[in-house]
Design a protein around this ligand. Sequence first.
Ligand SMILES: Cc1cc2nc3c(=O)[nH]c(=O)nc-3n(C[C@H](O)[C@H](O)[C@H](O)COP(=O)(O)OP(=O)(O)OC[C@H]3O[C@@H](n4cnc5c(N)ncnc54)[C@H](O)[C@@H]3O)c2cc1C
Length: 463
Amino acid sequence: MTDSNEQHGVVLAGLTTMRVGGPAERMISPATERELLEATQRVWAEGDDWVILGGGSNVLVADEGFEGTVIHIVTRGIVRVGAPSGVVRLRVQAGESWDGLVEYAVANGWAGLEGLSGIPGSVGAAPIQNIGAYGQEAADALHSVDFLDYESGRVQRLPATELGLGYRTSVFKQGRAGLVLSVTFDLVDVPIPSEDDGDDSGDGDDSGDGDDSGDGDDSPADVSLTLGQPITFPQLASSLGVVLGARVPLAEVRRTVLALRSGKGMVLDDGDPDSVSSGSFFTNPIVTENFARALPAAVPRWLIEPEEEPIVVPLPELGIGVLDAQAAGISGPLPSAADPARAGAGADAGADAASLAARPPVVARTEDWSSPPAEPSAADVTLASGPLVKLSAAWLIEAAGITKGFRLPGSAAAISSKHTLAIVNTGGATAADVAELARLIQQRVSAQFGITLTPEPVYIGFD
Ligand SMILES: Cc1cc2nc3c(=O)[nH]c(=O)nc-3n(C[C@H](O)[C@H](O)[C@H](O)COP(=O)(O)OP(=O)(O)OC[C@H]3O[C@@H](n4cnc5c(N)ncnc54)[C@H](O)[C@@H]3O)c2cc1C
């Protein structure tokens, strides 16, 4: 398997952003799409355990490493393929850098990915959890995925509509095994506003000839003026100084998103110890509206669409448990930020989080917490129907008494000093340190709110 750069005993910590994890029994790093396809098929035919590793920014690799083959994705290449007018369709190899792609799109004046600036990792991983930030997600621009299916052993072009893309999820997260070879995106080729647009001041150059100013029709278009997609995320809108729904030049959106992310330790930066992480360690829990109604009034919550920042929406304290509320069929729209008249109605500022702990934890699972964390939320949500509500995992963690900088005695894993949702390796942490802190967080939040937080990173090599 010489064409696949086969190696043995590579320590995976060096290939992950959390910088933890033991050796891979075998690792292959095929350089081209064809080699990747063929090498993967050979690995599958051998029947050994295997796992795919992209940029290592959303995994937690066990200290024992991985007994089997790590298929490391390093294929590169971006090609523009045919598309309807106004659309720029790019087919991108799985091993391309995600942020490199965003930078490339912005530099060319193509809209659709700018809000996803600064997310680490590879393009092939983007559809796996449908990466998202600042009001955009991969799904918004995703056209299709070229996928080597483990079941059939064949390559299929899966349209975005068949990928089950949702909040940090996809069919791949839900168990469809295989390899993303390439991802095709549809970006918006926005016409660049001309300097003459709307200019009726009469001072334009209407001489028709003799224009040697260098800003005439023949000069290259200034792509930095190209407008991005409408801004839908309040914090981003406020940093940009615009109203929600406004459109802002792509380069400005990218610059602002990168600055916001840096402030939270969410851009990989050798000079920022808080970026030695796997990003947000838990997803924001999604619960039924009825369940949300039984939470203390102070718990921030928001309806799933459109994506908004968490807001504190006081709800009536029902005085009954979640099961009772469901049995009683209590429903109806939640107050939302867009409906300030309702937001204060029935507030019970005195609702006490501690009193809730006495209630039966409806969605909590009784797990052996010495094992790797479970991924309960999808199953839990399907237990009940009705409108769904997103809660702020960061808020729940802080309310459960775990604050920024928290660490267990003797552990080198800590909560980021900038962002409660990130677990960071402060230097010399083991995977066990990280997993232990994650379990503690889950336990505390579960005990207090009856909610089991779902880890975002994928655990590799844990029993
Ligand atoms: C500082 C920081 C900030 C982050 N911010 C965000 C954010 O804002 N939003 C967000 O959504 N995520 C964020 N993340 C998480 C992470 O960057 C993304 O999930 C990213 O897409 C992971 O890419 P990767 O190549 O590193 O995947 P890896 O970590 O290597 O793999 C993640 C999973 O995808 C699978 N996988 C990878 N490549 C392929 C492939 N080609 N085919 C099939 N399966 C594959 C792996 O097997 C694994 O299960 C952040 C992470 C960090 C460290």
